[in-house]
Design a protein around this ligand. Structure first.
Ligand code: PBG
Length: 329
């Protein structure tokens, strides 16, 4: 009899398929990015991210309670800083009453068990939209790391559970670890954006925070001297191993879908949790195609998230977290 092995047997019904399924999504997989802005009663849709909003602090408590009631347990905070508070050195990032610090306290007051992660990089605070301090068209590594370490301590002091350095400066994980420990925040963790590529998929995010990079003379710039070249694979492993050695508690690959080969290699190479950031451009592509009626939104969304998990992600930071979890229930 041919064929002797029939793989279709286990695909015959939904019950059989679900019994033999290798990967599944759950609310425990997700980190929800939130965009916070100054204002009262603000709920401003980001044009290039349909269905995603910048919200003000007064709406944040309700937002995190709603997420918690859906089973979501982690938020990743980003702030849109007013232009007049931006400079080259990110001074406002250290303000104990800055928007980020207030946002952390607001989340913890509303929902103490919600895990709070905070983005650590200078770009929302930088007049040039760069993740580090700019001097003579260069991004200063070591001077930036000092600010990032102080910023991390400030976030921990406000109640952040984990800081998430997204800047790609060299040596920042060790400096942040030492600064946290030296200030008594030994339990504050580090989720390091370890393999973060210089990707064209961050555009909508830069719209959301008004943080597109420019040169000192105001000409559109890129972040290729610190973020990784999309062509590189070995370098991602090197970056990630170094972050583990320097003290990262969770490592992250970013963006998601185009980099799933990297996710699998890193999952096989390290023994700490691996997170993946499905970024703003990935979200925007699905929304745009669905709006045109060219793709089936929910099915494509779940397929992409599942693929990220199957590739080896233990955690997924995604703008789809809420919609996905609503469908999974
Ligand atoms: C800031 C930061 C960026 C993102 C997360 N943290 C933008 C950038 O590096 O330019 C992108 C997230 C997204 O596109 O969803 N360092």
């Amino acid at each position: 009899m041919f064929p002797y092995r029939r793989n279709r047997r286990l695909r015959a019904s939904e019950s059989l398929r679900s019994l033999t399924r290798e990967t599944s999504l759950s609310p425990d997989d997700f980190i929800v990015p939130l965009f916070i802005a100054e204002g009262k009663g603000l709920r401003e849709e980001i044009p290039s991210m349909p269905g995603y909003f910048r919200i003000s602090l007064d709406g944040l408590s309700g937002e995190v309670r709603a997420l918690w009631s859906m089973g979501l347990k982690a938020v990743l905070l980003f702030v849109k800083v007013p232009d007049d508070l931006k400079d080259n050195r990110g001074a406002e990032a250290l303000n104990p009453d800055g928007l980020m610090q207030r946002a952390i306290r607001t989340v913890k007051d509303a929902c103490p068990e919600m895990v709070v992660l905070t983005d650590v990089a200078l770009d929302p605070y930088s007049e040039y939209g760069h993740d580090g301090i700019v001097q003579d068209s260069r991004i200063l590594n070591d001077a930036t790391v000092e600010v990032l370490a102080a910023m991390s301590v400030s976030h921990a002091a406000a109640g952040a559970d984990l800081v998430a350095p997204s800047d790609m400066m060299d040596g920042r994980v060790r400096s942040i670890r030492e600064a946290l420990d030296g200030s008594g925040y030994t339990d504050a963790g580090i989720m390091s954006y370890s393999a973060k590529y210089a990707s064209a998929f961050y555009g909508p995010f830069r719209d959301a925070l008004d943080s597109a990079p420019v040169s000192e003379s105001g000409i559109p710039a890129d972040k290729k001297t610190y973020q990784m070249d999309p062509a590189n694979r070995q370098e991602a492993l090197r970056e990630t191993r170094m972050d583990v050695e320097e003290g990262a508690d969770i490592v992250m690959v970013k963006p998601g879908l185009c980099y799933l080969d990297i996710v699998r290699e890193i999952r096989n190479a390290v023994d700490i949790p691996v997170a993946v950031y499905q970024v703003s451009g990935e979200y925007a592509m699905v929304k745009a195609a669905a709006e045109k009626g060219w793709l089936e939104h929910d099915a494509v969304m779940l397929e992409q998230l599942l693929a990220i998990k199957r590739a080896g992600a233990d955690l997924i930071a995604s703008y789809f977290a809420r919609e996905a979890v609503a469908l999974l229930r």
